[in-house]
Design a binder for this molecule. Structure first.
Ligand code: DC
Length: 239
């Protein structure tokens, strides 16, 4: 398994051999629209790499929080990224995220990380480095990437682009259930506040804001089951 030359590593994924060009499936959309679940299932069905780009921003946020850095101090956050080793492994439908060798897969989903991630993700230099890393991760591998700017910035020439969306209340419900299952101490109001704050920061930032690529297929998942969304996406893919 080839590893990225950068400090970001991906391993344990099944390589799909490509003669010339890898196939990229870009899935963007706001939090709670169902991207992760759908992207994982599609990657699994097609035997593609699964790259959760939000996990990269979350990992950096976790490290900055642990070091008590000011998340708005752009230079210290981007300097921190340069000396950070983030690993993504996707195996048997499980995503394992490591930070300097430590498994942080669960920690990065906690509300205190989620709270700060949009501030970290709006830093220009952080985005530039993360974009380069994401491209390297997908190099020579058919991949499903999910995030906010995959179809617009990271892979504007992706063969397939989707924008998953859902009504705000439905997204809040989904996120609340997810956190409840993880036994996080959370209430609906906090989840709603978090989503609306992140929606706002993510979609209004200067660099690579959350936006549907002009050529992306828009899917409103509000009244659809996961299976229905997966089938809709798959129906567009010709390989
Ligand atoms: O998908 P997620 O909730 O794990 O993403 C966490 C944050 O990371 C999200 O609020 C915005 C940011 N993000 C981003 O700016 N660009 C991406 N490609 C992925 C995530």
């Amino acid at each position: 398994m080839p590893q990225s030359k950068s400090h970001l590593r991906v391993k344990s994924q099944t390589k799909t051999s490509q003669q010339n060009k890898e196939i990229i499936i870009a899935i963007d959309g706001p939090a709670g629209a169902g991207k992760s679940t759908v992207a994982k299932l599609i990657a699994q069905k097609l035997g593609f790499f699964y790259i959760d780009t939000g996990a990269l921003y979350r990992a950096l946020t976790l490290k900055a929080k642990r070091l008590n850095l000011n998340l708005k101090d752009e230079k210290s956050i981007s300097d921190l990224l340069k000396k950070t080793n983030i690993g993504l492994e996707y195996d048997k439908n499980n995503l394992r995220v490591t930070l300097d060798g430590e498994d942080i897969s669960k920690e990065i989903r906690k509300p205190y990380v989620t709270d700060g991630v949009s501030d970290v993700a709006k830093i220009k230099e952080v985005r530039e480095i993360m974009t380069t890393l994401q491209r390297k991760l997908a190099e020579n591998n058919n991949s499903v990437l999910e995030g906010r700017d995959i179809g617009t910035v990271v892979f504007p020439n992706a063969q397939y682009k989707f924008f998953l969306d859902a009504d705000f209340n439905e997204r809040v419900n989904r996120r609340f259930k997810e956190l409840e299952e993880k036994k996080e101490n959370i209430n609906m109001e906090l989840v709603a506040n978090d989503l609306s704050t992140r929606d706002k920061i993510d979609s209004t930032r200067k660099i690579a804001p959350l936006k549907k690529a002009e050529d992306a297929i828009y899917i409103d998942t509000t009244n659809l089951s996961i299976e229905e969304v997966v089938n809709k996406v798959i129906s567009w893919i010709k390989i």
